[in-house]
Write a protein that binds this ligand. Structure first.
Ligand code: COA
Length: 325
């Protein structure tokens, strides 16, 4: 059976209006704007208002991506939502979003790989398109991380924010060879032995509560640089391109020092690295499509550019995706 390529037909994102500055957080816990900026690069993050849920953010981003693709909800036959902060334990945000958009065909579900969620969701959709199981897929990363933060823990609450990003993928029979556009490859990894370094201390089947995010930040930091660099060289090697040939790097936005550490390790000029961490903080599964969309909107990423996305998150999970936009 011939494998089909997944073309990126459209992209969109959405951030809640409310901005929470470092100074505001400094009034809540023992921290400072200068500590947060120096250690993370974060200046502010967006926080969903009361009553605004992950599905609300996902819907706004999804509608923008569909508009950008010039497609309607009824064209969709697959919706994959990456989230760790769903509205409910079930149904999935995916099926809720399907109903909100008015899509009735195919399948919708959630993927839970924390900050690597969007890369995982992209891989799911790309593989289903390649096997002919879907033709037009909506892939969303959406989070309300603010709802699982312990707002008295300065080592975690300063790092995260809320938001959503979405991509529409479409099967493309015409494309072949290395110059084809769309998703050129995905690479997924996980290692469950590291769960205690980054986890949430609650859940439906253990505590019966939602729980709070807990992290041993400096240990996660060390793993992040090694694993992210490994996933980037692996995806490039498997796809037959060199790191130098990549036009843009769209990393998961956890910490500016991680972005710079990986760039240094792989000799990537920092101008090629899209960074939104200063304005968005870490929006978990939403961070990669949010950063990608910003760079498309401001004219940096153009059609035909080679783009490498990567992420690492709780689990640990990590991975990368290479695309010709
Ligand atoms: C969290 C992170 C910013 C902390 O920076 P760091 O340089 O590693 O700092 P450490 O954790 O070693 O802590 C250093 C000191 O700062 C303190 N500190 C932690 N958070 C603080 C804050 N918000 N304000 C002020 N001080 C803080 C610590 O208590 C510690 O104090 P001590 O030395 O008296 O014990 C950094 O480790 C990080 O970004 N890690 C990876 C995060 C990540 O990638 N997570 C998500 C993956 S999806």
């Amino acid at each position: 059976m011939t494998e089909l390529s997944s073309r990126i037909a459209g992209i969109g994102s959405h951030l809640p209006e409310r901005i929470l500055t470092n100074d505001e957080i400094s009034a809540m816990v023992d921290t400072s704007d200068s500590w947060i900026r120096e250690r993370t690069g974060i200046r502010q993050r967006h926080i969903a208002g009361e009553g605004v849920t992950t599905c609300d953010l996902a819907e706004r981003a999804a509608r923008r991506a569909l508009d950008d693709a010039g497609l309607a909800a009824e064209d969709l036959d697959l919706i994959v939502v990456a989230t760790t902060t769903p509205d409910f334990t079930f149904p999935s945000v995916g099926t809720m979003l399907q109903a909100r958009l008015g899509a009735t065909k195919g399948a919708a579900f959630d993927v839970q790989a924390v900050c690597t969620g969007f890369v995982y969701a992209l891989a799911m959709a790309d593989n289903m398109i390649a096997r002919g199981q879907a033709r037009t897929a909506l892939v969303v990363g959406a989070e309300t991380m603010s709802r699982i933060l312990d707002w008295t823990d300065r080592s975690t609450c300063v790092l995260f924010g809320d938001g959503a990003g979405a991509m529409v993928l479409q099967a493309d029979e015409t494309a072949s060879g290395p110059e084809r556009s769309g998703i050129l490859g995905t690479y997924l990894r996980s290692d469950g032995r590291f769960k205690d370094l980054l986890h949430v201390d609650g859940g439906p089947s253990s505590t019966g509560t939602v729980g709070h995010l807990r992290m041993v930040g400096n240990q996660v930091f060390r793993h992040a640089i090694t694993n992210i660099a490994e996933s980037m060289t692996t995806i490039a090697g498997r796809s037959g391109v060199t790191i130098e040939e990549v036009d843009w790097f769209v990393p998961h936005q956890a910490n500016q020092r991680i972005l710079e550490g990986v760039a240094r390790k792989l000799s990537i000029p920092t101008e090629k690295v899209i960074s939104t961490v200063a304005d968005h903080g870490n929006t978990s599964a939403a961070s990669v499509p949010l950063a990608f969309d910003r760079a498309v909107q401001d004219g940096r990423i153009k059609r035909g550019d080679l783009v490498l996305m990567e992420a690492l998150g709780g689990g640990f999970t990590w991975g990368a995706a290479l695309a010709r936009f």
